[in-house]
Design a protein around this ligand. Structure first.
Ligand code: GLU
Length: 424
């Protein structure tokens, strides 16, 4: 039975790197019909906080990475102490004050890393290791080894930043006489300049991405591409399909590069292909928070707005910017837009257009378009001469979905009013 674990320390929020480690463990467990253990490594009583535990659990749930077993190291101190005392009585460890320390046993240590192939460690530099600190708490490596053995973890899949811990931990396995699991060290994640992932380059908490309007399926999709690929140039893939294709052997050794633009693009792809009703449900809470007057919009109308802007959003929050003109009563158009698109006096055309469409009985895009084209023909001007200024007058923007769809969504009253007031 394959068993893996994700072992976060609750001294901070769940970040991109941790989430990728969790995901790769989860995908491996699910692809092998194995078990995924979540182990909270809260041995540092000073730095561990319950609110970080809650945040980590919530972020994993949101991403869809369900666990089969959950442990807290803070509840297992007795177990660590028992093992430390066994090592003392066997003469493999010694005491220094209250601390218990493992005698280093020099030897060649090598592992067959599932991603990096054979790694031979130089153990000459490994000194005697503290197992239990003088305050009675276990060190990370000691608790980690005991738990991995006790929980029957078969594969330790973790970031490459832990490679230097591996030989130290193997020494502890050997001292305890425990079976050594298989190791797989995931490639580092770097920013586009080749540096460490920083806050600026995207290493923010998963919960922040959530607030910014990213979808869990897009985050998960992007994370799996940091070191792995479903093959055949495919990039957009859902978790269930990825699990079917997943293999540790296909994970890259080379560092993965985190690109915010790529994540946004992928998020946009997931938004575009999401069923409009579901997307609308995700957007409604954002609207309720950010836009007053939303109560006047019925579900069907919101759905058509979402449908119209779906292809233009890269995050859910983008929707607010794109559609601001629909929710406000009075539109403010910035000076630059005015100078660029409304400098020429079109008051006559705007007045005629507002009168013409003010008389329409039905206000769908096709009807509006016909009225618009009739007027343009009558005036002997080109449609494009009027399309651009009208768009800016109605939306405050020079780009957007089709003008007649936009007018229909905005509604007759606001459309007519804005046309009338533009050149006052
Ligand atoms: N608590 C360690 C961390 O958060 C776990 C490392 C491991 O997977 O062994 O980095």
């Amino acid at each position: 039975m394959i068993k893996v674990r994700f072992a976060p320390s609750p001294t901070g929020n769940l970040h991109i790197g941790g989430a990728r480690t969790a995901l790769f463990n989860w995908m491996y467990a699910r692809s092998q019909s194995g078990r995924f253990v979540l182990r909270i490594e809260d041995t540092d009583l000073q730095r561990s906080r319950p609110e970080f535990v809650a945040e980590i659990l919530e972020s994993l749930r949101w991403l869809g990475l369900s666990w089969d077993e959950l442990y807290y190291q803070s509840k297992r101190f007795d177990l660590y102490r028992r093992h430390a005392e066994d090592l003392l009585s066997q003469g493999k460890a010694y005491k220094e004050g209250e601390a218990i320390i493992l005698k280093s046993a020099l030897q060649e240590i090598k592992i067959d890393d599932l991603i990096r192939a054979e790694i031979v460690f130089d153990t000459a530099t490994i000194k005697d290791q503290v197992l239990i600190k003088s305050d009675g708490s276990p060190t990370y490596s000691f608790a980690c080894v005991i738990d991995d053995a006790d929980m029957a973890i078969t594969h330790v899949i973790r970031g490459e930043d832990h490679i230097s811990n591996t030989p130290k931990q193997i020494m502890i396995y050997q001292a305890l006489g425990f079976k050594i699991p298989q190791f797989a060290h995931l490639p580092l994640i770097m920013d586009e300049e080749g540096g460490r992932l920083s806050k600026r380059s995207g290493a923010v908490a998963v919960s922040d991405y959530r607030k910014e309007g990213f979808l869990p399926e897009a985050i998960v999709n992007y994370l799996m591409l940091l070191g792995w690929s479903p093959g055949g140039n495919q990039e957009k893939i859902d978790l269930a399909a990825a699990v079917k294709k997943f293999s540790i052997k296909k994970i890259n050794k080379a560092a993965a590069v985190f690109s915010m633009d790529k994540l946004k693009w992928l998020n946009g792809q997931h938004i575009k292909e999401m069923e409009t009703g579901r997307l609308t449900e995700l957007i409604i809470p954002l609207l309720e928070k950010e836009r007053c007057g939303i109560k006047d919009f019925d579900g069907q109308r919101l759905k058509s707005i979402v449908h119209l802007f779906k292809a233009r959003m890269s995050t859910l929050v983008d929707f607010l910017e794109w559609t601001d003109f629909i929710f406000v009563d009075r539109l403010t158009i910035n000076q630059e837009m005015k100078a660029q698109h409304l400098a020429q006096d079109r008051s006559k055309e705007f007045r005629l257009l507002s009168e013409k469409i003010g008389q329409l009985n039905s206000f769908d895009a096709a009807t509006i378009e016909k009225a618009f084209r009739d007027l343009v023909d009558q005036l002997g001007i080109k449609a494009s001469d009027l399309v651009h200024p009208v768009r800016v007058a109605l939306t405050g923007r020079a780009i957007g979905p089709g003008l007649f769809d936009t007018m229909a969504i905005l509604g007759k009253e606001k459309t007519v009013q804005r046309l009338k007031e533009t050149f006052l």
